[in-house]
Design a protein around this ligand. Structure first.
Ligand SMILES: [Zn+2]
Length: 518
C-alpha cells in the first residue's frame, strides 16, 4: 500500500453549504486558486445540479484552476450525474463524486428502498458516471451507521462498477476512533476487490472527533482524507485540513505517511477563507488560531527563548506565519506596502498599488499601525465583488447618546444622482438602516448582526456581518471600518447591492439550492 495520503478539500462544497448565503463565482475562484497553491490533491468545487450559480462555479473552476483534480458532487440519479459531468468536463483531471445513503435510517426513512435496490442504484449510477468521466468517487452516505456486512457489499459493488475512490463518511459525526478503525479494518479485510480503489474518509465534528477519526482511519489504511479549511462545514463542521495535515507532518514518526500539501500556505489559506466566508476562527483553534503560537506563561516564554522545541512541537514558519513583525504606518511607502502584500500571498497581478496605496494611507492615518489583518481586509473589500454596485453611500452622520433620540442622515448616489434621507430609530445603527431603506425604497429584514474586531489595537478595524432576508433570498453583507456605525452601514449597503444584483441577473442566477447532507 502506498504511504501517500490524498487531501480532498471540500471547503467550497461542504463548507460553503453551511454558510448563510452562497459565495459568488468570483469568491469561489479566489479560494480555489489559493487551494491550488496549497497543493491539495482534489478540490470539490460544488454540487452542480443544486443551483445555476453552483453549476457556473464548478464549470469556471474546472476551466481556470490548474493542478488539483476538480470534483463535483451528484446524487446517485441520472440528472445529477449528467449535470456534474458537464460542469467538471473542462478540467484537465475531472472527477464525478456520486453518493447514496446506505444506513438503515437513510434507506427506510429517506430513500424507501431495500438493500438490493440500493445496490442496483449504486451499480447503475457509478457505471453511468464512468461512461462520462474516467475518475469516479462513490460515497456511502451515513456509512458510520450502516450495517457492516451491507457496507462491505456496497464498497465491493461500487469498485466493481468502476469507482476508483470509495468514501466512508461519518455524515452525522457519530463514530469514535476505535469504532471507526474497526469499520476501516473490516472494509480492508473483507472487501475482495478493495485493492482496486482508494478508501477515503469524510468525518464531521459533531462530537469534536472529526480530526481524530480521520487520522485513526489513515492509520488503518484510508488513503484519502476529506476536509475543509478552518474545519468549516455542516453543523459543527468537517475535519480541519490544517489539523489533519500538520498531524501527518509533526507525527510522521508514528503515522509513517506523507501528503503533498505545502504547509507554508496554510495560514494564508485560513485567513482567506475566514475573510471571504466571514466565518471567524476561534483564538485557541489548533494550528491557525491567533493564540496557537502564543506562549503566555513566563516559564514557557523563557523556555522557548532558550530553545524553541522545549514548548513548540511545530514552528510558526512551517504554516507560513512570518516572524517578521515590522509594522506599517502612514509613513510606509508604496514599495513597502507592495512587498508586505506579496509576503501575504498576493501575486503581482492582484495588486493595483496605485489605487491601493491611498486607501492604505487613509487607514494608516486613522489607525497609526496597520497590521497584516488590516491589509488582507482592505484587499478583500477591494476585490471581493466583481459586479459594480448600484448604490454608493457617500455621506453618513449620526447623533446618539443618553437622553437623545438616535437619528441618522445618509446621502446615497445611484446612477449619478444623489439622494439624502434622515430617520430616527432604536439606536444609531437602526436609524442608519432606516434612512438607507428610505433612499433605496425597499425593506430588508435583518436576521443576524455580528461584530468582530479583526485586527489589534484601540483603533482596530471592526467587521460587521449582517444576514438579511428579502423576497430574493438570503444575503450576507460585510462592512469593515474603524467606526462600527460606518461598518454597519457598509454591511447593510452590501446587502442592498447584492439584492439589486440578484434582481438584475435573476432568473439566471436564482435557483433553489437542494442541499445534500453528506
Ligand atoms: Zn459532509
Amino acid at each position: 500500500m502506498t504511504n501517500e495520503v490524498l487531501i480532498f478539500d471540500t471547503t467550497l462544497r461542504d463548507g460553503e453549504q453551511a454558510l448563510p448565503a452562497s459565495l459568488s463565482v468570483g469568491q469561489k475562484i479566489r479560494i480555489a486558486r489559493q487551494l491550488a497553491l496549497l497543493k491539495v490533491d482534489v478540490i470539490e468545487a460544488g454540487f452542480p445540479i443544486s443551483s445555476p450559480g453552483d453549476f457556473i462555479s464548478v464549470e469556471t473552476i474546472a476551466r481556470e484552476i490548474q493542478g488539483p483534480i476538480i470534483c463535483g458532487l451528484a446524487r446517485a440519479v441520472e440528472k445529477d450525474i449528467l449535470a456534474c459531468a458537464k460542469a467538471v468536463k473542462p478540467a484537465k483531471r475531472p472527477r464525478i463524486h456520486t453518493f447514496l445513503g446506505t444506513s438503515t435510517i437513510h434507506r427506510e426513512k429517506k430513500l424507501r428502498r431495500s438493500q438490493d435496490e440500493c445496490l442496483t442504484m449504486i451499480a447503475q449510477s457509478v457505471k453511468l458516471a464512468r461512461s462520462k468521466c474516467p475518475d469516479v468517487q462513490f460515497s456511502a452516505e451515513d456509512a458510520g451507521r450502516t450495517e457492516r456486512d451491507f457496507l462491505c457489499r456496497v464498497v465491493e459493488i461500487a469498485i466493481k462498477n468502476g469507482a476508483r475512490t470509495v468514501n466512508i463518511p461519518d455524515t452525522v459525526g457519530y463514530t469514535t476512533p476505535e469504532i471507526f478503525a474497526s469499520i476501516i479494518d473490516d472494509i480492508m479485510n473483507r472487501v475482495p476487490n478493495v485493492d482496486k480503489a482508494v478508501i477515503a474518509v469524510h468525518c464531521h465534528n459533531d462530537l469534536g472527533l472529526a480530526t481524530s477519526n480521520s487520522i485513526t482511519a489513515v492509520k488503518h489504511g484510508a488513503r484519502q482524507v476529506e476536509c475543509t479549511i478552518n474545519g468549516i462545514g455542516e453543523r459543527a463542521g468537517n475535519a480541519a485540513l490544517e489539523e489533519v495535515v500538520m498531524i501527518m507532518k509533526v507525527r510522521r514518526d508514528y503515522l509513517a505517511v506523507t501528503c503533498g500539501v505545502d504547509t507554508t500556505e496554510i495560514m494564508r489559506t485560513s485567513k482567506l477563507v475566514r475573510d471571504v466566508c466571514a466565518m471567524p476562527v476561534q483564538a485557541n483553534k489548533a494550528v491557525v488560531g491567533s493564540n496557537a503560537f502564543a506562549h503566555s506563561s513566563g516559564i514557557h516564554q523563557d523556555g522557548v527563548l532558550k530553545f524553541k522545541s522545549t514548548y513548540e512541537i511545530m514552528t510558526p514558519q512551517s504554516i507560513g506565519l512570518k516572524d517578521n513583525k515590522m509594522n506599517l504606518t502612514s509613513r510606509s511607502g508604496s514599495h513597502m506596502v507592495r512587498s508586505r502584500l506579496e509576503s501575504l500571498g498576493y501575486r503581482e497581478k492582484d495588486i493595483d498599488i496605485e489605487t491601493f496605496h491611498p486607501k492604505f494611507k487613509t487607514l494608516a492615518d486613522k489607525k497609526g499601525t496597520v497590521y497584516d489583518d488590516d491589509l488582507v481586509a482592505l484587499m478583500e473589500s477591494d476585490t471581493i465583488e466583481e459586479i459594480a454596485d448600484t448604490y454608493k453611500l457617500e455621506y453618513l452622520n449620526v447623533t446618539g447618546g443618553m437622553g437623545v433620540i438616535p437619528t441618522a442622515t445618509v446621502r446615497i448616489v445611484s446612477e449619478g444622482k444623489a439622494r439624502e434621507e434622515a430617520a430616527s430609530g432604536d439606536g444609531v445603527v437602526d436609524a442608519t438602516t432606516k434612512a438607507i431603506d428610505r433612499v433605496v425604497g425597499f425593506k430588508i429584514e435583518v436576521k443576524d448582526y455580528h461584530l468582530d474586531a479583526i485586527s489589534e489595537g484601540r483603533e482596530a478595524l471592526g467587521r460587521v456581518k449582517i444576514v438579511a432576508v428579502s423576497p430574493e433570498g438570503t444575503f450576507t453583507g460585510i462592512g469593515t471600518s474603524t467606526d462600527i456605525v460606518e461598518a454597519s452601514a457598509k454591511a447593510y449597503m452590501d446587502v442592498v447591492n447584492k439584492i439589486c444584483r440578484m434582481r438584475k441577473y435573476a432568473p439566471k442566477l436564482r435557483g433553489k439550492r437542494a442541499k445534500p447532507s453528506l
